[in-house]
Design a protein around this ligand. Sequence first.
Ligand code: NAP
Length: 287
Amino acid sequence: MLLEEKFVLPNGVSIPKLGLGTWEISDHAVVQAIQDAVKIGYRHIDSAQGYQNENGVGIGIRNCGVKREEIFITTKLDGSVKSYKAAMASVDQSLKRLGLDYIDLMLIHTPKPWNKFLEEDPYFEENRETWRAMEEAYRSGKLRAIGISNFTEADIDNILSGCSIKPMVNQILIHISNTPHELITYSKEKGILVEAYSPIAHGELLKNPQVTAMAAGYNVSVAQLGIRYCLQLNTLPLPKTANAVHMKINAEVDFEITEADMHILKNIGKIQDYGEFSRFPVFGGKI
Ligand SMILES: NC(=O)c1ccc[n+]([C@@H]2O[C@H](COP(=O)([O-])OP(=O)(O)OC[C@H]3O[C@@H](n4cnc5c(N)ncnc54)[C@H](OP(=O)(O)O)[C@@H]3O)[C@@H](O)[C@H]2O)c1
C-alpha cells in the first residue's frame, strides 16, 4: 500500500513516498486537512514559509493523534532568505511557528528570490551561504534532512562545489506533459531524491482530453494517473487537496501504466496555460 511505502534519503532517514501538498490551503483550513489526511494514512506533509500556513500545519500535526516521530514534515525557506544569518533565523522561526522541536526536511525554496526569478543573477554565493546555515541547523538536530527546490543543474553544482553535506532532495515541477528528464537524471546521479510538485499540473491536467481518455482506459481518475506517472518516474509526488475524498483517491494508485503509455505521457503536448496561476514563477510567469 502506497501510504506505507518509503524512500530512503542518503543519510538513512525514511520519507513516505506520497506527501500532501498544502500550497493555497489556508492556515485555518490546513488544521482539518492534516487531521483528515493522517486519518486516511498520510504521514508526509509539504509546507513552506511562503504558504503562510506553518502555524496551522503545526496545530494539525500536534493534534492528529499520531506520534510526532511518525509524521514527516517538510517546510521551505522563504524565497527572500538568501544569507547565512537570515537562514539561521528563518529555521528558528519555522520551528516556532510549527511549534515543533525539529523539522524532518527543510528546503531552499528557490535558487533566486521569486521577484528575481527571471533575472540572470544566479545567486550562487548567496545560496552557498544559505546552504551553510542549513548544514549547521542539520548538525544541531533542528533539521533531520536538508535539500533544495527549483534548482537547475548549475544551481546544484554550485552547492556541491562548496558544501560539506550534499542536498538530499530536489523538489521540482513534474507532471504529465512537463517532465524535465535531464534534471531528474542529473539530480539522481548526484544521489538526490527528486520530489514532484504540482503532479496534477495545479489542476490543469484535469482539463486535458488525451489524459482524461487514457485515465478512463485504466479505470482511474486523471489525478490518479498523474500521481502514478510521477511514481513510475521514481519521483515522490506531492498532490495538494484539502478534500478528504480526493486525498483517499490520490493514495489509491495500485495500478501500472504500461511502458508504451508512459512514453505517450512523457511526450504529450506541454501544458502552457496554468490559468490564473500562470503568473507564478514556478509556472513560467513573473509576479
Ligand atoms: N517547491 C515549489 O516551488 C512548489 C511549487 C508548487 C507546488 N509545490 C508543492 O506541491 C504541491 C502540489 O502542487 P499544486 O498545489 O500546485 O497542485 P496539484 O497537486 O498539481 O493540483 C492541485 C489541484 O488538483 C485538484 N485535485 C487534487 N486531487 C484531486 C482529485 N483526486 N480529483 C480532482 N481534483 C483533484 C485540487 O483540487 P481540490 O483541492 O479541490 O482537491 C487542486 O485544484 C503544493 O501544494 C506544494 O506543497 C511546491
